[in-house]
Design a protein around this ligand. Structure first.
Ligand code: NCD
Length: 378
């Protein structure tokens, strides 16, 4: 069903495709045995250049429960990257050995870049402070399961909205559902980045308000999505220490919330939700993590096209050799966290966007910059 595709951004699938993945996840949860051999003979590669517990292990568990096998690394120090191998060559090699690859990387746009050189589907498992689309599928699935709908919801997103990639992806995905009201709850230093704000500003389906206090809005929420302050993305420890306890959800705060509000969190939690909240029936974050494995099972099955006896791809894979067909290949992305700053051989992929084509946008990291400003930097 999704053969020859990648999952880099949460809107790479249509709303209908997402619903089909969720229906399949429902079926897998109901009859896991029926799917326990469906991926026999298939290999999933995990390439984790950044720490992970849930995402990597849930992908590995998902593939094992489908009867397939896994290979890969959780620590780039054990791969040839330390010898200086490029991302393009690394993914070319992985794609000759495996059928599907999952990549987490600290640099924004790395999975997107890898997808250009890959002969197999690449799944973005988190790229720097940018996007995390499989967490978003998990979040949406949990909302659908607990609330019975993905439209007409008031959602509070709370914490580090600047660096929290799960929040960026969730906002992008929610923009395709109807009657969504968002409260963006963060310290001013940690507001959503420009490209996310721009999306919100121009999106007719979403109404949003930026607030600094959780008390101000908790009583209106159907869903409270808590996030941790992302220590590893701060440039100074001092700034982190100033902001680290900005929000703490405790029993007292939960008393102000609706009886049927649910609390989500992508985890790991540090101290932004106290342990006393765990036993509140509205706390759904551990269930959310469980659902994550089933959503990933459905995703793998869909990508590999193993349902209904779809045709086998050829055993010898054609290596991708992308050529830049871009008009602006001499215009470079200014974002210092973008993969183009790390991989000197990657072609620049800036394109014009906005109503009057006044902005350049980077295809890898999504950063937007005024056309004149960037042309001056050339
Ligand atoms: C998130 C991530 O890696 O972005 N974790 C996860 O994948 N469940 C959230 C986080 O690290 O704070």
């Amino acid at each position: 069903m999704l053969i020859s595709r990648h999952l880099i951004s949460p809107t790479d699938f249509t709303v209908e495709e997402i619903e089909r993945i969720f229906t399949l996840a429902d079926q897998i949860i109901q009859s896991p045995k029926q799917y326990s051999k469906i991926c026999e003979g298939k290999i999933l590669a995990t390439m984790f250049f950044e720490p992970s517990t849930r995402t990597r292990l849930s992908f590995e568990a998902a593939m094992s429960r489908l009867g397939g096998s896994t290979l890969g690394f959780a620590d780039p120090a054990s791969s040839s990257i330390t010898k200086g191998e490029s991302l393009a060559d690394t993914i070319r090699m992985i794609s000759s050995y495996a059928d599907i690859a999952v990549m987490r990387h600290p640099v924004e746009g790395a999975p997107k870049a890898a997808s250009h050189y890959s002969a197999i589907p690449v799944i973005n498992a988190g790229d720097g402070g940018h996007q995390h689309p499989t967490q978003t599928l998990t979040d949406l699935y949990t909302i659908r399961a607990q609330k019975g709908r993905l439209n007409n919801l008031t959602i509070g997103l709370c914490g580090d909205l600047k660096n929290g990639r799960t929040v960026h992806s969730l906002i992008e995905a929610l923009s395709r559902y109807k009657q969504i009201q968002l409260y963006l709850i963060s310290p001013t230093e940690l507001r959503v980045p420009g490209y996310v704000w721009e999306k919100l500003r121009t999106e007719p389906n979403i109404l949003f308000e930026e607030v600094t206090s959780l008390d101000e809005c908790i009583q209106h929420l159907d869903i409270l999505y808590m996030t941790r302050i992302q220590r590893e993305r701060f440039s100074s420890e001092e700034e982190y220490y100033q902001l680290k306890d900005s929000y703490i959800l405790d029993r007292e705060k939960m008393q102000q919330a609706k009886k049927d509000m649910i609390v989500l969190h992508p985890l790991p939690r540090i101290n932004e939700i106290t342990c006393e909240v765990d036993s509140d029936p509205r706390a759904c974050y551990f269930l959310q993590a469980q659902y994550g494995m089933y959503v990933r099972m459905a995703l793998i099955v869909s990508f590999l096209g193993v349902l209904n006896g779809q045709s086998e791809p050829s055993a010898i894979k054609q290596m991708a050799m992308p050529k830049s067909d871009r008009k602006y290949e001499d215009v470079f992305c200014p974002n210092k966290h973008c993969i183009t700053k790390r991989e000197p051989n990657l072609p620049s992929r800036m394109f014009l966007t906005g109503n009057s084509q006044q902005f350049f946008k980077c295809e890898y990291c999504d950063i937007e910059i005024k056309k004149e400003k960037l042309l001056k930097l050339r």
